[in-house]
Design a protein around this ligand. Structure first.
Ligand SMILES: CC(C)(COP(=O)(O)OP(=O)(O)OC[C@H]1O[C@@H](n2cnc3c(N)ncnc32)[C@H](O)[C@@H]1OP(=O)(O)O)[C@@H](O)C(=O)NCCC(=O)NCCS
Length: 205
């Protein structure tokens, strides 16, 4: 099916999160998230658009750009809002590696004050549902630096298989012994997703 004909949900609801595409008006929440997390993001997310946000207006522009990209099915940025507080606590993204072959990649970060509470893993399970059930993914990949232990845990807890270790390829992130770090590459195939326990979520058309 052509990507523009796909019927995509407006939001996914997990136990603790409302996950939805960004929209006009989200700028102030995103500005707070970006301001709170610059140092948190710098080591492993040097290209993250949140790092470029200087003002609430910048954030509002980015929200509208993310929305436009969602509508065109170019890249799927979503915010995960904690149900209990209405706070934007996690960002997740599904980017397109190859549309015709239905191959995608997942990325994420969590607000530093909400780290270590399982919000990312909860969001990743929902976005795997989105990729495989709504986009028809055949393969979803994920990657992280080999010193990013928290991210490795998220990916492995979510059921991905480690497929490659690109060694000592990152000169800007050093291991404790001073050597260059590298990257782990992971993948999940449709058949592997099908064998996972399905997340409890509400999917709103
Ligand atoms: C990488 C990153 C997203 C991981 O976030 P995280 O908070 O550790 O991940 P989760 O939300 O899944 O939380 C998992 C932790 O919460 C704990 N936890 C607490 N309550 C939980 C619950 N209800 N359900 C699941 N886990 C829970 C888990 O035990 C786990 O702890 P552990 O890693 O010590 O075993 C975060 O560190 C981050 O944003 N880093 C900066 C940006 C970055 O590195 N992005 C990824 C680049 S590849």
């Amino acid at each position: 099916m052509h990507k523009m004909l796909l019927e995509l949900p407006d939001r996914l609801e997990t136990e603790r999160l409302i996950i939805r595409p960004y929209q006009a008006g989200d700028g102030s929440a995103y500005y707070r998230l970006a301001q709170n997390n610059k140092a948190h993001l710098l080591p492993f997310e040097e290209g993250n658009p949140a790092l470029a946000i200087q003002t609430e207006k910048d954030a509002e522009i980015l929200m509208r750009e993310f929305h436009a990209e969602w509508v065109c099915r170019n890249v799927f940025f979503v915010g995960g809002w904690e149900k209990a507080t209405g706070t934007l606590v996690v960002q997740l993204v599904i980017s397109v590696t190859h549309w015709d072959w239905r191959q995608f990649e997942i990325g994420y970060f969590v607000d530093k004050d909400h780290e270590g509470q399982g919000f990312v893993s909860e969001g990743v399970r929902a976005m795997l549902y989105f990729a495989f059930e709504c986009l028809g993914a055949q393969r979803v990949s994920a990657g992280c630096n080999d010193t990013n232990v928290r991210s490795q845990h998220v990916i492995e807890r979510s059921g991905f298989t480690r497929e490659a270790h690109i060694r000592q390829s990152r000169c800007h992130i050093r291991c404790e012994d001073g050597t260059f770090s590298g990257d782990y590459h992971y993948g999940m195939l449709r058949a592997e997703y099908d064998r996972l326990p399905k997340p409890e979520l509400v999917c709103q058309p």
